[in-house]
Design a protein around this ligand. Structure first.
Ligand SMILES: Nc1ncnc2c1ncn2[C@@H]1O[C@H](COP(=O)(O)OP(=O)(O)OP(=O)(O)O)[C@@H](O)[C@H]1O
Length: 262
């Protein structure tokens, strides 16, 4: 049974087909990566799945329920959370405070109780702090808990962002370029973390440019080119697919031609 079903998603921007009729499924514990050359529509597809863009047509089904166009924070409460390509970390807050912030996103709507410092609010704060510590342990950041987030290495920041998304106990986790800007060691740490989260049964959808990482950890690839799905399957099969090779080589040739003219 699919946890997430993408059914014929399409969107246009000013007449340009950014994503056209894309469908695929994601099961619990599976790692699916969306790949494709620059401008293929990967980020746009992600934004439709996570409720940031309303699709022109098609559906997003989460555990059998239609969640098309549901706002990101509500989707998060229903079990689908995401990270962003650009870090969304509060740099001046401590690592622990950033992790706690993830819990508050989950809870929401207790402002009055919190202002009055009611027992229920204190209990929630305690649970959030304990949960945040456990999360930091899970992503290997326990020892940095009291540090200002701005002082972390880039790889550690990326792991903190994953920790924050995990605070929502997602069943589906969308990761937008989790290893972008990371060195080889940091990439491997993120790679291990993603594999571990998947082993716990979370369905993971990944957009990532690092092909080595994608090939290493994905069970399944969905390949986009010019907004359309041109192939899908296991990494070994997809990497041999002539249409996929042509799409990547085509982009490379376009880039080389533009460099030659500049
Ligand atoms: N908000 C927008 N308004 C207009 N056009 C957009 C918008 N967002 C994306 N596009 C266009 O949609 C197409 C797909 O872009 P998108 O960013 O989704 O591709 P991508 O595969 O994520 O690229 P990259 O690998 O470079 O991040 C591109 O032609 C892009 O210019």
């Amino acid at each position: 049974m699919s946890l997430l079903s993408i059914e014929g998603l399409s969107i246009e921007f000013g007449g340009v087909r950014a994503v056209h009729d894309v469908s695929f499924n994601l099961k619990a514990g599976e790692i699916v990566s969306v790949i494709g050359p620059n401008g293929a529509g990967k980020t746009t597809l992600f934004n439709m799945i996570s409720g940031i863009y309303l699709p022109g047509s098609g559906k997003v089904m989460l555990d059998g329920e239609d969640v098309t166009g549901v706002a990101p924070h509500l989707l998060a409460r229903r079990g689908l959370s995401r990270t962003f390509q650009n870090l969304q970390i509060f740099q001046q807050m401590t690592v622990l405070e950033n992790a706690i912030a993830g819990y508050h996103l989950k809870e929401g709507g207790h402002v009055l109780a919190d202002m009055l410092n009611l027992p229920s609010s204190r209990k929630r704060a305690k649970a959030a702090t304990e949960g945040a510590h456990a999360l930091l342990e899970r992503v290997g950041l326990s020892r940095a808990a009291e540090q200002e987030a701005g002082n972390l290495s880039y790889g550690a920041l990326k792991r903190l962002e994953i920790a924050r998304a995990l605070a929502l106990s997602p069943r589906v986790l969308l990761l937008d370029e989790p290893a972008a800007g990371c060195n080889a060691v940091e990439t491997e740490e993120i790679d291990n973390l993603i594999a571990e989260v998947a082993r716990e049964g979370v369905a993971i959808l990944l957009v990532e440019h690092d092909m080595k990482l994608v090939m290493r950890i994905s069970n399944h690839l969905v390949v986009l080119d010019h907004g359309e799905k041109i192939a899908e399957g296991d990494p070994a099969t997809v990497s041999q697919n002539p249409d996929v090779i042509a799409a990547y080589l085509g982009t490379q040739a376009e880039e080389e031609a533009s460099h030659a003219h500049s």
